[in-house]
Design a protein around this ligand. Structure first.
Ligand code: AHG
Ligand code: MN
Ligand code: MN
Length: 359
C-alpha cells in the first residue's frame, strides 16, 4: 500500500495505477518554496509545443539559437572592461555609424547560432548591408524562417554601463519569391515571433509568439532563462514620456504641442538613448516612447524591420499601441531592408493622447 505522505500516480500509457508497491511516488510535502522557479524558457517552449499537435519543433530550435547567442552576448557584456571587447572597431556599418567591437561580436554570435539551425533560410541584421542566405538550410523544408535582428541596440551606451540589448523578429520565408529580399520585406503583422533581450541590472528576455508576452530572467547560476511573467500587460494611466527632447525644435509642430501639454500636466520624462532600455521601462511602468521625424532624419531614425516592428508586436501583445504617427506600424509595407521609420508606442491611453495632437 502507498505510504502516508505519498500519492499514487496513474500508470503509464493508460494502464491501471501501479498498486501494492512501497515505492515512494510524488511526495506531497516539499522543501521547495514558491521562489524556487523551475520553468525555464526551454521547458516553457516544449510545453507550448505539446499544445500544438502539428508542431515540429523547428521553431523552438530558432528560439533556442536566440537564447544561446544572447547568453553568450550577455556574458561578453558582463565581462566588458575585464576583457578587451569595448571600443570602436574603426569601421562604419551600412548606416554610416561607427561599429563597436561588441556590435560585431554580437552579430557574429547570432549568425553563427542561427546558421546551425537548418530551418533558418535567411538572416538580416543592422550590421550587414544585404540579407544573408543560409547555405545549408533544408531546401525541402516547407516553412523555413527568416530572422531579422539588431544584435546590439544602444551600443553607444556600452562605455557608460547603461542598459543595452538585442532585438529580434521572426517571419516565415516566402518561398514563392525568387528574390530573398522580398521575403525579408514583409509587413510586421506577419511576424510569427518577436522580442528582445535587455542586458541591464539583470539579463531579461521578453518575447511573444502572438499569444501574449512572456518575460524570462537569466539565472546566471544555472545558465537558463527562467519564466517570471507569463502574461505581461503594459499599465495605463502613467504620465511619463521617453524622447530625445534635445531635438524638440526639429520635431513637427504636433509633437512639440504634445510635449508642451505634457510639461504643463505633471508628466515625468525618462530617456536612456537605448531603445531596448527605454521601451522596456515603458512596458513595465507605462507611458509613451517617441522617436519622431527630425530635420536630420525626416523619416525617423529607428529601423522598421528590426527595431520598430518587433517592439510594436511586443507592445500590442501586451495591450498597448504602436504607430508610425500616420498608421499602425505593423501594417506598413517595407520597401527596404534598412528602412527608417518614425516611432510612437506605449500604453494605449497615452498613445491615443499623442495621436490626438497629430490629427
Ligand atoms: P543602435 O545602437 O542599434 O544603433 O541603436 C541606437 C538607437 C536606439 O537604441 C535609440 O533609441 C536611439 O538610437 C537613440 O538615438 P538618439 O541618440 O538620436 O536619441
Ligand atoms: Mn538599435
Ligand atoms: Mn545596434
Amino acid at each position: 500500500p502507498a505510504q502516508a505522505g505519498y500519492i499514487q500516480a496513474a500508470g503509464p500509457l493508460g494502464l491501471p495505477p501501479i498498486d501494492g508497491t512501497d515505492l515512494p511516488m510524488n511526495p506531497v510535502e516539499t522543501l521547495l518554496t514558491e521562489s524556487d522557479n523551475l520553468t525555464s524558457l526551454q521547458s516553457y517552449l516544449l510545453s507550448e509545443e505539446d499544445k500544438h499537435p502539428d508542431a515540429t519543433g523547428r521553431f523552438t530550435w530558432i528560439l533556442s539559437a536566440i537564447s544561446l547567442s544572447t547568453k553568450f552576448i550577455s556574458d561578453k557584456v558582463r565581462r566588458a572592461r575585464l576583457q578587451d571587447v569595448l571600443g570602436s572597431l574603426g569601421s562604419q556599418n551600412v548606416h554610416d555609424e561607427s561599429q563597436q567591437k561588441l556590435d560585431v561580436i554580437a552579430d557574429e554570435a547570432l549568425i553563427r547560432c542561427l546558421r546551425s539551425r537548418n530551418s533558418v533560410a535567411i538572416v538580416a541584421s543592422e550590421e550587414n548591408e544585404e540579407p544573408i542566405i543560409v547555405e545549408n538550410y533544408n531546401q525541402g523544408d516547407q516553412r523555413p524562417y527568416v530572422v531579422l535582428f539588431d544584435p546590439l541596440d544602444g551600443s553607444s551606451n556600452l562605455d557608460t554601463c547603461c542598459g543595452i540589448g538585442t532585438i529580434f523578429s521572426v517571419l516565415e520565408h516566402d518561398r514563392r519569391s525568387n528574390n530573398p529580399k522580398e521575403s525579408v520585406l514583409q509587413p510586421g503583422y506577419r511576424q510569427v515571433a518577436a522580442g528582445y533581450v535587455i542586458y541591464g541590472s539583470s539579463t531579461v528576455l521578453v518575447m511573444t509568439t502572438g499569444s501574449g508576452v512572456q518575460m524570462f530572467v537569466l539565472d546566471p547560476s544555472i545558465g537558463a532563462y527562467m519564466l517570471v511573467n507569463e502574461n505581461v500587460q503594459i499599465p495605463t494611466a502613467h504620465k511619463s514620456y521617453s524622447v530625445n527632447e534635445a531635438y524638440i525644435e526639429s520635431f513637427p509642430k504636433s509633437y512639440q504641442n504634445y510635449l508642451h501639454y505634457a510639461h504643463k500636466n505633471g508628466y515625468s520624462s525618462r530617456y536612456v538613448g537605448s531603445m531596448v532600455a527605454d521601451v522596456h521601462r515603458i512596458l513595465v511602468k507605462g507611458g509613451v516612447f517617441l522617436y519622431p521625424p527630425t530635420e536630420k532624419a525626416p523619416e525617423g531614425k529607428l529601423r522598421l524591420l528590426y527595431e520598430a516592428n518587433p517592439m510594436a508586436m511586443i507592445i500590442e501583445q501586451a495591450g498597448g499601441k504602436a504607430y508610425t504617427g500616420t498608421q499602425r506600424t505593423l501594417e506598413l509595407q517595407p520597401t527596404e531592408v534598412h528602412q527608417r521609420v518614425s516611432v510612437l508606442l506605449g500604453s494605449s491611453d497615452e498613445v491615443d493622447k499623442v495621436l490626438s495632437f497629430l490629427e
